[in-house]
Design a protein around this ligand. Structure first.
Ligand SMILES: NC(=O)c1ccc[n+]([C@@H]2O[C@H](COP(=O)([O-])OP(=O)(O)OC[C@H]3O[C@@H](n4cnc5c(N)ncnc54)[C@H](O)[C@@H]3O)[C@@H](O)[C@H]2O)c1
Ligand SMILES: O=C(O)C1=N[C@H](C(=O)O)CCC1
Length: 266
C-alpha cells in the first residue's frame, strides 16, 4: 500500500491526540504535520508528552497543506472550523476525513458540490466506531417492524453539539426507510419545554451530557407488549481509530463525498 501523508487538525484534543498516535503507529501513514491553534513553528514531541513524532506544528492551514504536501486532512475540531478546514483542503487538492460533528445539511451539500467539482474524495463520519455503525444499521432494520422509536444518546459534558452526530445520523438512516410519524399521544403536551426531546421526522432524540461518559447511544423501539433496545458504548476513544484509519485509506480512492462509515465498510 502506498504511503499516505496525513495532517491532523486539533492534535491536542481528545480525539486529535488519538489520531496523532494512530498516524505515528501506522506504517503506511506519514504524519506530515499538525494544525493547532497555538505552538506554530514548534515540533509535536516538544509540546506535549506522549507524542513520539517530531511533525511540525502549523497554525495556518494553507501554509500547512502547502508545505507538507499532505494527501489527507483529518479534522477533529469544532463544526465551524471543521467546515472551513474541509473547504480549504479541497481547494488545495487535499482530501478531508472529517470526524467533527455538528455539520448542517447545507454544509454537507456545499462540500459534496466542491468535492465533485474538484474530483476529490471526502469522508464525513459522525461515528468512526464499527460498533456504532452496526447499531445504526441494526436500528434501520428494526424500524421496519417497530416504527415507534426514541434515541437516547449520552456523551461527556464537554461536548459542544446536541444532538450528537450519531444521534442525527441514526434518525436519518431510519427516516430513509420509515414514514414520518407523530409518536406518543396525539394530544400530549410538554409542561416543561424539551421534556419530549428533539424530533427528527417524529423520531425523538434525547441528549444526556455528564462527566464520566465517553460516547453511548441506545435506540429504543416499542411495539405491542414488547420493546427492543439496541445499544452501543464507546468507553475509550481508541474505539474510533480503526474507522479513522480505514477512512484515510478509502478517501484516497474516492472522487466524491461519502457521509457515514457504513458506506465504506464491507
Ligand atoms: N466521528 C467520530 O467518531 C467522533 C468521535 C469523537 C468525537 N468526535 C467529534 O470530534 C470533534 C472533536 O472532539 P474532541 O472530543 O476531540 O474535542 P476537543 O475539544 O477535545 O478537541 C478539539 C480540538 O480542536 C482544536 N481546535 C479548535 N479550533 C481549531 C483550529 N481553528 N485550528 C486547530 N485546532 C483547533 C482545539 O484546540 C481542541 O484541541 C467534535 O466535533 C466531536 O463531536 C467525532
Ligand atoms: O465525543 C464526542 O463528541 C463524540 N461525538 C460523535 C457524535 O457526535 O456522534 C461520536 C461519538 C463521540
Amino acid at each position: 500500500m502506498d504511503s499516505i501523508k496525513v495532517v491532523v487538525a486539533g492534535p491536542r484534543g481528545r480525539m486529535g491526540r488519538e489520531a496523532v498516535i494512530l498516524a505515528e503507529e501506522t506504517s503506511h501513514f506519514e504524519l506530515a504535520g499538525v494544525l493547532d491553534r497555538k505552538n506554530g513553528g514548534e515540533k509535536l514531541n516538544e509540546i506535549a508528552e506522549g507524542f513520539s513524532s517530531s511533525a511540525p506544528i502549523y497554525t495556518d492551514l494553507k501554509e500547512c497543506l502547502f508545505e507538507t504536501k499532505a494527501d489527507v486532512l483529518i479534522d477533529l475540531t469544532t463544526p465551524e472550523t471543521g467546515m472551513l478546514h474541509a473547504k480549504t483542503a479541497l481547494e488545495m487538492g487535499v482530501r478531508p476525513v472529517v470526524g467533527t460533528t455538528g455539520f448542517t445539511e447545507d454544509n454537507l451539500k456545499e462540500l459534496q458540490e466542491l468535492s465533485e467539482a474538484k474530483g476529490l474524495g471526502v469522508i464525513i463520519a459522525p461515528n468512526f466506531a464499527v460498533g456504532a455503525v452496526l447499531m445504526m444499521k441494526f436500528s434501520q432494520m428494526a424500524a421496519k417492524y417497530f416504527p415507534d422509536i426514541e434515541i437516547i444518546e449520552q456523551h461527556h459534558d464537554q461536548k459542544l453539539d446536541a444532538p450528537s452526530g450519531t444521534g442525527v445520523k441514526t434518525a436519518e438512516m431510519i427516516s430513509a426507510v420509515r414514514e414520518e410519524k407523530k409518536q406518543g399521544h396525539p394530544n400530549e403536551k410538554e409542561t416543561l419545554a424539551g421534556a419530549r426531546g428533539a424530533s427528527y421526522n417524529g423520531i425523538r432524540i434525547h441528549s444526556v451530557r455528564l462527566p464520566g461518559l465517553v460516547a453511548h447511544q441506545e435506540v429504543l423501539f416499542g411495539g405491542e407488549g414488547q420493546t427492543l433496545k439496541i445499544r452501543h458504548d464507546s468507553y475509550d476513544r481508541k474505539s474510533f481509530m480503526s474507522g479513522v484509519k480505514l477512512s484515510c485509506e478509502q478517501v484516497m480512492k474516492l472522487d466524491t463525498l461519502v457521509y457515514g462509515l457504513e458506506n465504506i465498510i464491507e
